[in-house]
Design a protein around this ligand. Structure first.
Ligand SMILES: Cc1ncc(COP(=O)(O)O)c(C=O)c1O
Length: 392
């Protein structure tokens, strides 16, 4: 695990921690200084030398971002496409698939709102049946219910690894084994898990995986990526294309490029791309196993300490919990609690019912306070949070 001395060292590399107690890592975490400096330095150079000229100079570093991401998730560089966020990445994968009437899609009750919108559209407009696997009485994804739901009509399994509103971590490797053995396409939303815990697409056996940069990866806002397994590339039709995606363009057709960058558009913010690459490099330098061990440790402490506060209810069910801690305080609105904590220099967020509608409705929750820990948080910060809440 990351030792106390190293935590202090890592904190000294993040200006923000001196300013605020940040427990909104599931929203957007504090970036390391090196990430911020990479972005700003690039933008300054671009302003002085020209956008295309600066890009040409940094092309090797920009290309290396794909290698870093590939290393992070054990993929190949040509299986990675860059996006501005996880929704665009997930939507590109999902909308690229073609469904026929009678097809079935399996998802879980923890699915994120953007994904549910896509699933709802497909169900209503395309005659496709979406089956939702409810969590069991312990809050865990039920593998037996899932396996019973798979039929010859199942075209896609689309699940969220770590939900934005608490709940148990989904057994994505177990699900992947079923997907592979039944030859079903498998799309994983890893928006909250990449950067938080080790993740290996070979083990997950997914065809597609969508990720954002700003959360546990500590990359700048406006970054994200999509993994598409090489052998599944041609199963998705790119939604939007430009000259990066295709060549030999004429009115009678074009030649599509042979890697996942066919799903990208050429124009994007190169400074942010380099910032994303730096953030991935930084996380790899620490080690995802060690990051995850510390997050598990800190979130465990936080849940136990919060549970001691009279009137406070922690809402994270299930056997495998993430760094996202959700709770409510009797008699205090979640938003009011967030505002009061912000006044005390502590950032938390409010998870509304709209983010994970099926889960929140089932558990009769309209909002939860979400305090999400990262490895750079400390035991003292958790104490501060609990004292501030107890004083309310
Ligand atoms: C589980 C999950 N999936 C997808 C998203 C969407 O990510 P983005 O805002 O980068 O599009 C979020 C955002 O909170 C999320 O928590």
């Amino acid at each position: 695990m990351i030792a106390h001395k190293e935590v202090q060292e890592l904190r000294s590399q993040t200006r923000g921690v001196a300013q605020v107690v940040h427990f909104n890592n599931a929203g957007s975490s504090l970036p390391a200084d090196v990430v911020v400096d990479t972005v700003i330095d690039y933008l300054r150079e671009e302003a002085m030398a020209g956008g295309y000229e600066t890009e040409a100079k940094y092309q090797p570093q920009i290309d290396a971002v794909y290698d870093r991401i590939a290393t992070l998730i054990n993929a190949e560089r040509d299986e990675i496409a860059l996006f501005e966020n996880a929704s665009a990445a997930w939507g590109t994968a999902f909308k690229g698939l073609s469904f026929q009437e009678g097809d079935e899609i399996i998802t879980s009750e923890m699915e994120y709102v953007t994904n549910l919108i896509g699933l709802a559209d497909t169900q209503q407009l395309g005659g496709v049946k979406v089956k939702v696997i409810p969590n069991d009485e312990h809050g865990n994804f039920s593998m037996s219910d899932f396996e019973q739901s798979v039929t010859p009509q199942t075209k896609l399994i689309a699940v969220t690894h770590v939900s934005s509103s608490g709940g148990s971590i989904l057994p994505i490797e177990e699900i992947g084994k079923v997907a592979e053995s039944r030859g079903i396409l498998y799309l994983v939303d890893a928006c909250q898990s990449v950067g938080q815990m080790p993740l290996d697409v070979q083990k997950i056996k997914c065809d597609m995986l969508s990720v954002t940069g700003r959360k546990y990866l500590r990359a700048p806002r406006g970054t994200g990526f999509l993994f598409v397994k090489k052998s599944s590339l041609d199963k998705l039709k790119p939604v939007l294309m430009d000259f990066l995606s295709a060549g030999n363009v004429s009115l009678s057709g074009y030649t599509i490029r042979q890697d996942a960058r066919r799903f990208e558009l050429y124009e994007k913010n190169r400074a942010l791309t380099l910032g994303l690459g730096k953030a991935v490099e930084y996380a790899l330098g620490i080690g995802l196993d060690r990051i995850w061990a510390r997050i598990e440790y800190l979130s465990g402490i936080m849940r136990s300490a919060l549970a001691e506060i009279p009137g406070l209810r922690v809402h994270d069910f299930g056997d495998h919990k993430s760094g996202i801690v959700t709770f409510t305080l009797d008699g205090t609105e979640s938003l009011e609690l967030k505002i009061k904590l912000a006044a005390a220099g502590i950032n938390v967020s409010v998870g509304g019912a709209q983010a994970t509608p099926i889960y929140m409705e089932k558990n009769q929750l309209s909002t939860v306070v979400r305090a999400s820990v990262h490895y750079y948080n400390t035991e003292e910060e958790i104490e501060l949070l609990c004292r501030a809440i107890a004083a309310m």
